[in-house]
Design a protein around this ligand. Sequence first.
Ligand code: ARG
Length: 473
Amino acid sequence: MILSFHSPFPPHEHVPDAARSWSGRFSEPVSEIVKRYTASIPFDYRLAEFDIQGSLAHAAMLHHVGVLSKDDLDSIQRGMAELLTEIRAGGFNWSLDREDVHLNIEAALTAKIGDAGKRLHTGRSRNDQVATDIRLFLRDAIDHILAGLRACQTSLVDLAEAHADTVMPGFTHLQVAQPVTFGHHLLAYFEMLARDAERMADCRRRVNRLPLGAAALAGTSYPIDRQFVADQLGFDAVCENSLDAVSDRDFAIEFTAAAALVMTHLSRLSEELILWMSPRFGFIDLADRFCTGSSIMPQKKNPDVPELVRGKTGRVNGHLVALLTLMKGQPLAYNKDNQEDKEPLFDTVDTLNDTLAIYADMLTGVTVKPDAMRAAVMQGFATATDLADYLVKKGAPFRDAHEVVARAVRAADSSGRDLAELSLDELQAFSPMIGDDVYAVLTLEGSLAARDHFGGTAPAQVRAAIARARQRI
Ligand code: ARG
């Protein structure tokens, strides 16, 4: 379960000296500003549940290999169960003096159960501990995101099914190009999200490996059983190299890259929703619950949600660059730089989860205006390619046919008409190959139905694609 993001700060400032990061090695504590600068508890407290999971698996393993007594393990399990309840209830006092989530929990455990709490950290470092926590967090997050992607895909397919026959202009260069069905257009986004889900699932395989046991960087002198811990925590494998296990965050980077692509895809769809909702297009309307008005212009209904999706894509892209930059200069093994991985990662997860949840709902509230779509496609000579293809089927080389149609379009344009509105005499002046069967080709329905192959926009193909899509979700 991902903890909610509202910060429980400010924490209680006065703590006894158990489990702090400065020790007998130091002659003085850090200053207040350095304490704030170096602490991660204001944001890493949300790893608490994963930290406890990891600690319980580690303790069970220590007992299993004979390093921790049964009594100590029992005490740790009891103490952690109490802490988990307190944390879930919001009653845990996170302290800045204890720097991060790991030291906070360890100190609270020791306060509850005494020396057994101090034995928990045997054969472990915060370096492999935090790497484990982030992987557990991210695995959980990816599972939520995969569900969110599926929900959006379902909404897209539902809307596509309702509009498998609805004709709209297909655009290139934002100029009317050829007729397509609205269903076909929506299924393009289904494909993008399908690839996004593949990327997330693939990334999950590399996230789901256990760093614990690497200790600070070199492993540990205790007879640990790393596979035991991996099994307890549901990891598919154990990280092979201790230096790599504690130091690389490539799994977080590739997750953020995959997230940036999800956002990029939804940003493109958002841009289209915004354009389509503008009265200049008038293709769709969004449900009121996704729009807001203007404080000064009473007539306004603004597509705020898609605009924000487009805007938040910038912030996720920024997180990707932040994580790449964080990693690039680090010598092996762990460096404190890595503490900076959390905020970009958490914000990416939160932004993506919210965006997917909103989108799945927003797509169910789209009202389509087929008449406006049809009127728009009539304005752009969208069947010009069909006329060229018609001439090719009659024997003309494609390049010649292209030129004939270009001249016909120019003539129609100068008289303010569509190609289908030119008389047979007028059309035949451009090519004697044209017969009166040409008008069937120049209709929108004829153009759509002609693109009747796998992946094409013919309504029959769109329906088949929808059936396949439902199988794939
Ligand atoms: N809060 C730290 C982080 O997020 C935990 C690891 C600290 N390790 C250390 N050697 N200081 O990375």
